[in-house]
Unconditional design. Structure first.
Length: 229
């Protein structure tokens, strides 16, 4: 069952987003209206925090929790699933070669007679977990042989490359909570930047300044919803 974020975490996140986006809005208003608009800017800042708390809290509360709390369970499942490839004392064994690492698991391929089969099985068992495959110094070419295979199976954007290891990250799921959070973080600064740019061209044209802010916000939405992210 998918674990939800919950009301308290959602409310905290909504307040932070309101503080951030409200501050950006207040900066834009103060820039346009000058010192005479400080009260208006402060009011809009507070109003933004309240509105974000009311509107975003129920939306964010329905999102799923990020991270993987069951790291130990994942490592145990991985060890059990790879135990069929145990080679005995002095060879590859899942108990000694599979370990927990951060929020994921690490699989050492040292002494493995069938490293490619181990990698393929590990990816099936722990598809939703970050897995780091570590390579032996005795076979420096194995990493180069494995890399194109992993790229074909999971794609280049999910592979973190190191000199002696390759890490496969889980596929990122973009839900509505993620989209809303990214928009609230990216759109306000771009809107302010657009307003500043247009205001510098024609300070007396308030409509042009507003259009600049709108253009910046639209640009932020396009970046967030871009499928090539």
């Amino acid at each position: 069952m998918e674990e939800k974020v919950g009301f308290r975490r959602a409310l905290s996140a909504a307040v932070v987003l309101g503080l951030y986006s409200g501050f950006m809005l207040a900066v834009a208003i103060a820039m346009v209206l000058g010192t005479g608009g400080l009260k208006t800017a402060a009011f809009l800042w507070g109003a933004t925090i309240v509105l974000c708390s009311i509107i975003l809290t129920p939306i964010l509360a329905g999102g799923r929790k990020r991270g993987l709390a069951e790291t130990d369970a994942t490592v145990n499942n991985l060890r059990d699933g790879l135990s069929e490839f145990n080679e005995g004392v002095g060879g590859w064994r899942s108990l000694s070669h599979v370990r927990g690492e951060g929020m994921g698991a690490s699989v050492s391929l040292s002494h493995a007679s069938n490293p490619l089969i181990i990698i393929e099985k590990a990816l099936k068992i722990a598809s939703d977990c970050k897995i780091t495959f570590r390579f032996s110094k005795s076979d420096p070419t194995l990493r180069d042989r494995v890399l194109p295979i992993l790229e074909e199976k999971v794609g280049q954007n999910r592979i973190q490359r190191r000199t002696k290891s390759l890490t496969v990250t889980p596929e990122q799921i973009i839900d509505r909570s993620v989209i809303i959070t990214r928009m609230m973080m990216l759109c306000p600064p771009l809107a302010v930047a657009g307003s500043v740019a247009f205001y510098s061209l024609a300070p007396e044209q308030i409509i042009l300044t507003i259009l600049g802010g709108f253009a910046g916000a639209v640009l932020g939405m396009m970046v967030v919803t871009n499928k090539g992210r």
